[in-house]
Design a protein around this ligand. Structure first.
Ligand code: AGP
Length: 611
């Protein structure tokens, strides 16, 4: 995924820009570039390279660039192959340079109209139109850089975080944000811009997070932010110490920190991939569209928690996209004879991208007749990503707790995006897609709401700490959620936990139910709620203790019969993501009461790189 860094200072900013790009390498990219206004001759110097930031750094060192204003970028190809021409910054008239994250959906029409005006395009990207539009407004209409950006964004459809410099106004950066995040790093006599504050940890600890629609003019001594044309104040946030994923901050354990990060990392996973109304398909990469056009079924393969994400996706693909989906555990799949249906996309899901069984399954699948292989993965440089035809990265940041939490919910977000783009080809209407995208926009705030139940869940956990077994129940897509809840409890509290589709109870497991068996039920207000209630009545009738995570309007009002955690009303499609979070918290608090090593449970490894 692309990354932006910008700087305006009284010192040479080249090193700051390159270091910023290095800090963004974790996001995945295939080319990089930098543009600096050289102090000595005010020349716009632009260098690019395909491959690693280190290769760009070598070029920069050889060219001995010295400038006080500059921008830099790591590009993950969407429109056009990875190449120096397609890499950012894009330049117009040897005067303006621009970097952009996101996707300009109407670039093709804009490109045609600019070509009629005589503009020549060097790249195949959607971005290049933006810098030429700015050039046109400044040179033909006589606007300042700020005014040109304010005017130009009205013509853009899609998602963007962008930063532009102008040789004629060398003391400033102009930035604009819509659908792709940007942060301003506040310094003393110098200021910075980045798509992720991580890029600026070397130069500042003070940040202004731009909001949707904000445009800002940043000089070394001043920051003006505009919303709807008016100057606005945005709070400066101080983040002490380096921003990273490898410290616990104020949290006692990485697992808890990672549970609480979910709102932010889900937003990161959505950024630049959805517009107000639909999924930006180009964010799946240059090869994706032609592949998706051929797909009539999906085969998913993964292990552990990632496998549970696959099981939920099966429900989505079949009910929303209307295409069949098979889900297998990688260690089983890799040793089976596989019959591949024509038109099948092979999808692996993995946090680490190094899980031995998943990797072996991919290598096996690559020998079979799938249309293509796609990885949903959290590590851009992993073997899984490198060996797949294409990938969609989750933006969970580094996950350290062995028990996977934020990786799972971001996988689900990525898989729902995949479901929607495949669904388009199989009868999912624009109207329905836009309904789902509206729901996705609400997701980060809903995660925050659900986390408010933490104290209540902590109280509930007391009743689990002395138990040896627990049952988790769900129906439909909540069954894999129940499986994930049971896995979390097993993994970190060492309590034996099993999940069942609630309708299966009376086919065996009901024999286990007595007053020493806690039974956890996942009960959003969906079409199977009535059926689930019937199953829970069977448990109550046998003296079982019911712990129900339910929609506040689901009608579980008999406090004697149920121990209840009420969750806000949520869109049905998002329920599997949101109902997982209280189960993560439950297992965490039970483990704390039992005094286990939460982040490093016995016998387990974070990344299972052996068979
Ligand atoms: C989940 O909490 C586990 N740590 C484990 O099941 C994990 O999901 C599994 O090993 C797969 O790992 P991966 O996502 O890195 O491939």
């Amino acid at each position: 995924m692309c990354g932006i860094v910008g700087a305006v200072a009284q010192r040479n900013v080249t090193g700051i820009l390159v270091e910023g790009l290095k800090r963004l390498e974790y996001r995945g990219y295939d080319s990089a570039g930098v543009a600096v206004l050289e102090t000595e001759n005010n020349h716009l110097k632009c260098l690019k390279s395909v491959g690693k930031v280190n290769q760009l750094a070598e070029k920069v060192a050889q060219n001995d660039i010295d400038g006080q204003t500059g921008i830099a970028h790591t590009r993950w190809a969407t429109h056009g192959v990875p190449s120096e021409d397609n890499a950012h910054p894009h330049v117009s008239g040897d005067r303006f340079a621009l970097v952009h994250n996101g996707i300009i959906e109407n670039y093709s029409a804009l490109r045609k109209s600019l070509q009629q005006d005589g503009y020549q395009f060097i790249s195949e990207t959607d971005t290049e139109v933006v810098v030429h539009l700015i050039h046109k407004l400044c040179t033909k209409n006589g606007l300042s850089l700020l005014e040109a950006v304010k005017t130009m964004v009205k013509d853009l459809h899609g998602a963007y975080g962008l930063c532009v410099i102008d040789k004629e106004q060398p003391d400033r950066l102009i930035v604009a944000r819509s659908g792709s995040p940007l942060v301003i790093g506040v310094g003393i006599g110098e200021n910075f811009v980045a798509s992720d504050p991580l890029a600026l940890g070397q130069v500042t600890d003070q940040y202004i997070y731009l909001e949707e629609g904000d445009i800002a003019e940043v000089t070394k001594d001043n920051i003006d932010i505009f919303a709807n044309g008016e100057i606005v104040n945005r709070e400066v946030t101080r983040i002490r110490g380096e921003i990273d994923d490898v410290t616990k901050g104020d949290y006692g354990h990485f697992m808890l920190k990672e549970i609480y990060e979910q709102s932010r990392v889900i937003q990161n996973t959505l950024n630049g991939r959805i517009s107000a109304e639909h999924v930006l398909e180009e964010s799946f990469g240059v090869k994706a569209k032609a592949i998706f056009d051929q797909i009539t079924s999906v085969q998913i393969v993964a292990c552990g928690t990632s496998h549970h994400a696959g099981l939920i996706t099966k429900y989505w693909l079949e009910s929303i996209a209307g295409i069949p989906c098979h889900v297998d555990i990688a260690s089983d799949y890799r040793y089976r004879r596989i019959i591949v249906q024509p038109g099948t996309l092979f999808v692996t899901i993995s946090q680490s991208g190094e899980t031995a069984d998943t990797l072996a399954a991919l290598r096996y699948a690559n020998e079979l007749s799938y249309v293509a292989s796609m990885a949903i993965c959290n590590v851009a440089t992993s073997s899984l990503v490198r060996e797949s035809d294409f990938s969609l990265l989750t933006m969970a940041g580094r996950e350290i707790g062995v028990a996977s939490t934020k990786a799972f919910t971001t996988q689900l977000v990525a898989l729902l995006l995949m479901t929607l783009v495949l669904g388009r080809r199989h009868g999912l209407t624009e109207e329905k897609e836009s309904g789902y995208v509206h729901d996705l926009h609400k997701l980060p705030a809903l995660v925050t709401d659900v986390l408010k139940q933490d104290t209540a869940i902590q109280q509930l956990s007391i009743q689990f700490a002395d138990k040896h077994h627990a049952l988790f129940l769900g129906r439909g897509p909540q069954y894999p959620v129940a499986k994930e809840g049971a896995l979390k409890l097993k993994e970190i509290s060492y309590i034996h936990a099993e999940a069942y589709p609630a309708g299966e109870l009376k086919h065996g497991p009901l024999a286990l139910v007595d007053d020493r068996m806690p039974v956890v039920a996942v009960a959003p207000n969906d079409e199977l709620l009535g059926k689930l209630k019937g199953n829970l009545a069977e448990v109550s009738a046998r003296g079982g203790k019911l712990f129900v995570f339910a929609d506040e309007s689901a009608g579980f009002d008999d406090e004697e019969e149920y121990q209840l955690i009420k969750l806000p009303a949520v869109p049905e499609v998002l329920a599997p993501i949101l109902y997982t979070i209280p189960l993560q918290l439950l297992s965490y608090h039970v483990a704390i009461l039992k005094g286990t090593d939460v982040d490093h449970p016995r016998n387990l490894a974070k990344s299972v790189t052996v068979e």
